[in-house]
Design a protein around this ligand. Structure first.
Ligand code: GUN
Ligand code: ZN
Length: 441
């Protein structure tokens, strides 16, 4: 009990999935709580009145009128695409050729990659994102640069070298063999180094030959506790091209399944145009989907069927993805805002609690890391954020219409305003393993 840190504020987290459980059983709101952190790990968590005598005399940080939540988890993002956010006028395949590939070429320079990785991680922390599943580029040095910067910041980050050996410019292509060897080397160096984890990263079925996909599958059997991340069924022209390239496959997901890539540590970004069989097989495999609404709208890709993915018959783990740089915001609050509108366009509802679940515990479950992060359970790592629900005059005005914030119903209104109007301005501070890593000036 020598090195304890105490945080007093109101707290919101999730103890079950609000898509399947009532709010009463899934949402935990404590209007005046105390979080006790020891060596970066949550040691205790409860109402302030219950714990205050037990922890008298330890240093206390008090955030009255603010809200503490678990750090946000971004389940799909590309760090090298930071600088090409907001690139005009194209859908996926043209956008890749015109903007993405030339940008990713710059990351053959380790120095350049390091500079952008540092900017990217600062941007994540400023937006309250403490963990992300991150695409690097085809160049192993871009992965090294990213992991090095994340390691220095003690962040729980997952990333990997993009594997791509066809349908891309020569300057961005590897081969099945080099991608296998380089990936293996990177796994051996970085997987489980500090809080870092590795994801085998074939870009998508169009840019990987069947041989390369097979070798990705071989790596997964050789290193069963690493992740697999790729893109799936994002754009209709992409889906058509995949069907031409793999005529023997039943559907897009089957291309990956045939290579042994569809497992319980696989995360498929987008997954917009799925057949019923693909939904069913993702559920059976316990794979996860990264729902990337700002990107899906920006590239005109389509409306993700969240309600189908979260159906009780074939439930699939879903997390939110910003998908920078096709996505238009680093903020998972803004991503939740767009997710709400995507649901509206399909006559579905998405509550703020459900959206914030996707951004925290849901993301942790999608990444099979909910034993470490995602809520304030004792024993988990203390990555958390301090939110200001009245960060702007407009948010403040709106919140004056709510009488008090002592109950779950009132906080429901407040956090809905937060996801619709909030962004990085609402992030007052970000803590990593109990240490302040960002504070708003
Ligand atoms: N599909 C293959 N590569 C990419 C990418 O970089 N961004 C998006 N949004 N989709 C992809
Ligand atoms: Zn992507």
């Amino acid at each position: 009990m020598t090195n304890l840190k105490l945080f007093r504020s109101s707290f919101l987290d999730f103890i079950a999935d609000p898509f399947y459980e009532s709010e009463e059983n899934s949402v935990r709101y404590i209007p005046d709580g105390l979080l006790v952190v020891e060596a970066g790990i949550i040691k205790d968590f409860d109402h302030y009145s219950i714990l205050k005598d037990k922890y008298q005399g330890f240093p206390l940080t008090h955030y009255p009128d603010l809200l503490i939540m678990p750090g946000f988890i971004d389940t799909h993002i590309h760090f090298p695409q930071t600088e090409m956010i907001a690139s005009y006028g194209k859908q996926l395949l043209d956008w890749l050729n015109q903007y993405t590939f030339p940008t990713e070429r710059k990351f053959s320079s380790r120095e350049y990659a390091q500079k952008i990785a540092a900017f990217f991680l600062d941007e994540l922390l400023k937006n309250g994102t403490t963990t992300a599943l991150v695409f690097a580029t085809v160049f192993p040095q871009s992965v090294e640069a990213f992991f090095e910067e994340a390691y220095q910041r003690n962040l729980r980050m997952i990333s990997g070298k993009v594997m791509m050996d066809r349908h891309a410019p020569d300057y961005l292509k590897d081969t099945p063999e080099t991608s296998y060897q380089e990936t293996k080397q990177l796994i051996q160096t970085w997987h489980k180094k500090g809080r870092l984890l590795y994801a085998i990263t074939p870009r998508f079925a169009i840019t990987s030959s069947p041989e390369q996909l097979k070798l990705a599958g071989k790596l997964l059997t050789e290193f069963p506790d690493v992740y697999l991340q790729t893109h799936l069924s994002e754009n209709l022209k992409e889906v058509e091209f995949v069907a031409e390239l793999f005529p023997e496959a039943q559907h897009y997901l089957d291309v990956y399944a045939q290579a042994g890539l569809v497992g319980d540590r696989s995360i498929f970004a987008h997954s917009i145009h799925l057949s019923d069989d693909e939904f069913k097989r993702l559920s059976e495999a316990k794979s996860a989907i990264a729902f990337c609404p700002t990107s899906n709208l920006f590239l005109g890709s389509g409306l993700f069927k969240l309600h189908k993915a979260k159906s009780k018959i074939h439930p699939i783990n879903v997390g939110l993805g910003s998908d920078i740089g096709a996505g238009t915001s680093f903020s998972l609050l803004q991503t939740a805002n767009e997710a709400y509108k995507v649901a509206q366009l399909q006559s579905q509802t998405l509550s703020a609690f459900q959206a914030l679940f996707l951004a925290t515990l849901g993301g942790a479950k999608a990444l099979k890391i909910d034993h470490k992060i995602g809520n304030f359970e004792i024993g988990k790592e203390a990555d958390f954020i301090v939110l200001n629900c009245n960060a702007t005059p407009l948010m403040d005005l709106k919140n004056q219409q709510i009488l008090d914030n002592q109950t779950r119903l009132e906080i429901a209104e407040k956090v809905f305003t937060l996801i619709i109007l909030g962004d990085d301005r609402a992030i007052q501070a970000t803590y990593i393993m109990g240490e302040m890593a960002y504070t708003k000036k």
